[in-house]
Design a protein around this ligand. Structure first.
Ligand code: FNR
Length: 367
C-alpha cells in the first residue's frame, strides 16, 4: 500500500465533483505513485489537450422539452449498460487500495456499469468476476511470448469476461518524464495477479514493457486474436479515420478512440478532437468508445454528441479508490452519471442514443 492509509470511506464532506476527488486523492497518495498515475509522455501536451478539448465545448440548452427523466441506458455488444460509461483499463488499482480491481468491479457492478480490466490488474480475474454481474472486458497487451498472452486470454474467458480490448498504441511505452525523474519503481507487493510470477521483474513498467512486449505487431494480430478466442475484439488507441477503416476491415467489433490518457505519443490530438472524424468514418459499423480527459457528465454528453456510443473513465476511478475504496469509486461513477442525467435533461436529450451533434455549438473560430 503506497496510499498513506487504507481508507474505506471518504474522510470529511463528500467531494462534490470528480475534480474534487482528484484534489482529495492527491493529498492521500505517495508523490511518486501520484506522478505515475497523473503523468503523461514528454511535455504532456496531449495530456493537457484532452482536457482543453472538453473545456472548449459548449452545449446548447433546449427548453420546454418535457425531458423529465432521460433514459441513460445503452446497449453495447448486446449487453445493457445503465449509462454510456465504463471504467478504462488501468494497471494496478492495488496501488491505490488493497482491494484494487475487486473494489472497482463491485462499485461498477452496483452501478450497472462495465469494467475493462488491465493485463496488469493487481487482483485475480476470478476475484474480480465474483464482485460484479456487469460486463467485464479484458484489456490485452501482446507479449513477445504469445503463449503468455494466450494463457491470459483463456483465464479471463474462463472467469466469464465478455470481450477483448487490444491496446494498439504501445509498441513501446511513451517517455514519462515524471517517472524517469522519480526513478519510479512499483512497490514490491504490487504485482500483476494474472501473469506469471516466476522469472519476471515487473517493478519498472517501462523496462518490463521494453523486454517483454511485442513491439512489432501489425494488423494480422486481429486474426490471431480471433483464432485465440471467440470473444468480441475491440482495439484501443485509434486516433485516425484511416486506422479506424483498417480496424473495421480487419473485422473488429469495436474501437476505442484514445491517446492512452496522454501517456503515449506526446503531440497526438485530444481524444475528443479525434473522435468526430472517426465517427464519420465508422458510420455505426462497430461499437465506438472514447477515453481521455472525461471528468464531468457534460463531457460524457459532448462525447456522445461527437459520435461515441460510450466513454471510459480512467484516472478518476483511481482517485475514487484512493479517497474511499469501493465507496469512492461508486461515488465517482454516481457523480458522472448524475451529471449526465442533468445535462441530458437541460439539453432536452431523451436518451443516450439520441445525443447528436445538434447538442454542440459550432466550434469557436480560431483566434
Ligand atoms: C492507463 N491506461 C492503460 N491503458 C491500457 O490499455 N492498459 C493499461 O494497463 C493502462 N494502464 C494505465 C494506468 C494508468 C495509471 C493510467 C493513468 C492510464 C490508459 C487508460 O486506459 C486510458 O486510456 C486513460 O487513462 C484515459 O484517460 P483519463 O480518463 O485518465 O484522462
Amino acid at each position: 500500500m503506497t496510499g498513506r492509509d487504507q481508507p474505506t470511506a471518504p474522510i470529511g464532506p463528500l467531494p462534490l465533483s470528480i475534480a474534487e476527488y482528484a484534489e482529495r486523492a492527491r493529498s492521500r497518495t505517495d508523490p511518486g505513485v501520484w506522478d505515475f498515475i497523473e503523468g503523461g509522455a514528454g511535455g504532456e501536451r496531449t495530456l493537457a489537450a484532452n482536457r482543453e478539448a472538453f473545456e472548449r465545448v459548449r452545449l446548447r440548452p433546449r427548453v420546454l422539452t418535457g425531458t423529465a427523466e432521460p433514459d441513460l441506458s445503452t446497449t453495447i455488444l448486446g449487453r445493457r449498460w445503465a449509462a454510456p460509461l465504463g471504467v478504462a483499463p488501468l494497471a494496478y488499482h492495488t496501488l491505490m487500495h488493497p482491494d484494487g480491481e475487486v473494489a472497482t468491479a463491485r462499485a461498477a457492478g452496483a452501478a450497472g456499469l462495465p469494467v475493462v480490466v488491465s493485463t496488469f490488474a493487481g487482483r485475480s480475474f476470478e476475484d474480480i468476476a465474483q464482485a460484479t454481474d456487469s460486463p467485464l472486458w479484458l484489456q490485452v497487451y501482446c507479449f513477445r511470448d504469445r503463449g503468455t498472452t494466450l494463457r491470459l486470454i483463456q483465464r479471463a474467458e474462463r472467469a466469464g469476461f465478455e470481450a477483448l480490448v487490444l491496446t494498439v498504441d504501445t509498441p513501446r511505452l511513451g517517455r514519462r518524464l515524471r517517472d524517469l525523474r522519480n526513478e519510479f519503481r512499483l512497490p514490491p507487493h504490487i504485482t500483476p495477479a494474472n501473469l506469471p510470477a516466476e522469472g519476471a521483474d515487473y517493478s519498472s513498467p517501462s523496462a518490463h514493457s521494453r523486454t517483454e512486449m511485442d513491439p512489432g505487431l501489425d494488423w494480422s494480430v486481429i486474426a490471431w486474436l480471433r483464432s485465440a478466442s471467440r470473444l468480441p475484439v475491440l482495439v484501443k488507441g485509434i486516433l485516425t479515420a484511416e486506422d479506424a477503416e483498417r480496424a473495421i476491415a480487419a473485422g473488429v467489433d469495436g474501437i476505442v478512440v484514445s491517446n492512452h490518457g496522454g501517456r503515449q505519443l506526446d503531440g497526438a490530438p485530444a481524444a475528443l478532437d479525434a473522435l468526430a472524424g472517426i465517427a464519420t468514418a465508422v458510420r455505426g459499423r462497430c461499437a465506438l468508445l472514447v477515453d481521455g480527459g472525461v471528468r464531468t457528465g457534460a463531457d460524457v454528453l459532448a462525447s456522445l454528441a461527437s459520435g461515441a456510443d460510450a466513454v471510459l473513465l480512467g484516472r478518476p476511478v483511481l482517485h475514487g479508490l484512493a479517497v474511499g475504496g469501493g465507496d469512492g469509486v461508486r461515488h465517482v461513477l454516481d457523480l458522472a452519471v448524475g451529471e449526465l442525467a442533468e445535462a441530458m435533461s437541460l439539453t432536452g436529450t431523451p436518451s443516450a442514443a439520441r445525443a447528436d451533434s445538434a447538442l454542440l455549438t459550432a466550434p469557436a473560430p480560431a483566434a
